[in-house]
Design a binder for this molecule. Structure first.
Ligand SMILES: [Zn+2]
Length: 397
């Protein structure tokens, strides 16, 4: 018995073969039961029908890298950078991540949830049905717990799937400024054991002046004992060992990779580590973009994500990300769409989504456009007409 039937689809992207014109998608119990040519569709029972009137249909976006839970904003810092000040000098003067840590620690739970909820709803309205949410603006046991709890609660209360990541190693907090060893001890001896039940993954910002490769290895080794697989902030601002560490540890993903080399790409592909690319951060910081074409051609599973955060990439939808991937990074529109859906899903170990085939979770976006190339072609317009999440119409609700 079909619960929901999408008819009159002008272009259906299944991520399992070429786009299909004149298609329908049938859904029962939250699962796709048919996706293909209208003429071949099995006879459908009664249920809700939506006539897509020749619009394009794609899988829901999977945003596999966000820092969604935070308070405050850093528009002042954005303006200072535009007038020539370097991010490193702003961070050294107490700006950057630590200014968001101060703002986030001071806000009560309910306010933190409401801020994150509003962002997640804007993401949903822009077609994102699955997202990863990192902590990392607490940097103490109590606040990191609150951030992960907010992430989990978003997944329980909103029509989105949420995976959570403990990013206690986002920066060294000010109270440990002269004792970074002490902070890593706190992370490995108290925070990871206490918070592992609230997280699916562990992340470390591996970068010169943030966390060194050997420090990251120590943190990830402990996290692994508590069941948390690595996702690694790697090679964002400078070349470094983050990508190779991710490959060595069999991480779920290496993220950013703006300075990744062909050796890094081969290592990631060989170890089946997803390359999660975040062009919003390069765009906002004016830095170089990740070598997406090289990573793709090396055989990496490439994913695209927003990196939504108040400092370096305050994006709440995938449209601009996909456009940057196409215009600046050398991916085709089809590849960028795959990376924003199936690539993200694979990086999160969610094999049931990012594609529209029988048996897949019914996370679906209907675009108010005849073809998905309109996403990168018209990046300043939210082209979402309907969002279906888990088989239910979520936008408009
Ligand atoms: Zn990030």
């Amino acid at each position: 018995m079909t619960d929901l039937l999408l008819t009159g689809i002008g272009s259906l992207t299944t991520n399992d073969g070429p786009p299909i014109a004149g298609a329908v998608v049938a859904i029962a119990d939250g699962i796709v039961t048919y996706a293909g040519k209208e003429g071949d569709a099995p006879s459908q029972g009664a249920g809700r029908r939506i006539d897509c009137e020749e619009r394009a249909v794609i899988p829901g976006f999977v945003d596999a890298h966000t820092h969604l839970v935070f308070a405050g904003d850093r528009s002042d810092e954005f303006a200072r950078r535009l007038s020539g000040e370097a991010y490193a000098s702003i961070a050294a003067a107490g700006g950057g991540i630590l200014s968001t840590v101060a703002a986030t620690r001071s806000v009560p739970d309910e306010e933190l949830f409401e801020l994150a909820r509003a962002r997640a709803l804007r993401m949903l309205a822009a077609g994102t049905t699955t997202l990863e949410v990192k902590s990392g603006y607490g940097l103490d046991l109590d606040t990191e717990r609150r951030l992960l709890e907010v992430g989990r609660r978003l997944g329980e209360e909103l029509p989105v799937t949420v995976k959570t990541t403990l990013l206690g190693a986002h920066a060294v907090p000010p109270e440990f400024a002269t004792d970074r060893e002490g902070y890593i001890d706190l992370l490995t001896e108290e925070m990871i054991p206490a918070l592992c039940e609230l997280a699916d993954y562990c992340d470390v910002f591996v970068e010169q002046g943030v966390f060194e490769v050997e420090e990251a290895r120590r943190i990830f080794t402990v996290a692994g004992r508590y069941g948390l697989r690595p996702r690694v902030h790697a090679c964002q601002l400078s070349p470094g060992g983050g990508a190779k560490l991710a490959a060595e540890l069999g991480a779920a993903s290496a993220d950013h990779l703006d300075h990744a080399t062909s050796e890094d790409a081969a290592a990631l592909a060989g170890a089946d580590v997803a390359a999660v690319l975040l062009p919003g951060a390069s765009y906002t910081l004016g830095g170089r973009h990740a070598p997406a074409r090289m990573l793709w051609d090396a055989g990496c599973t490439v994913a695209l994500a927003t990196d939504c955060n108040p400092g370096t990439s305050y994006l709440e939808g995938m449209g601009l990300v996909i456009s940057l991937a196409v215009v600046e990074m050398g991916l085709t529109p089809e590849e960028a769409l795959w990376a924003s859906t199936r690539g993200g899903a694979l990086s999160l170990g969610l094999d049931d989504r990012g594609l529209l085939v029988p048996g897949a979770r019914a996370d679906i976006v209907v675009l108010d456009a005849p073809h998905p190339t309109h996403i990168p072609y018209r990046p300043a317009t939210n082209l979402v007409w309907r969002v279906v999440s888990g088989g239910k119409v979520a936008v408009p609700d």
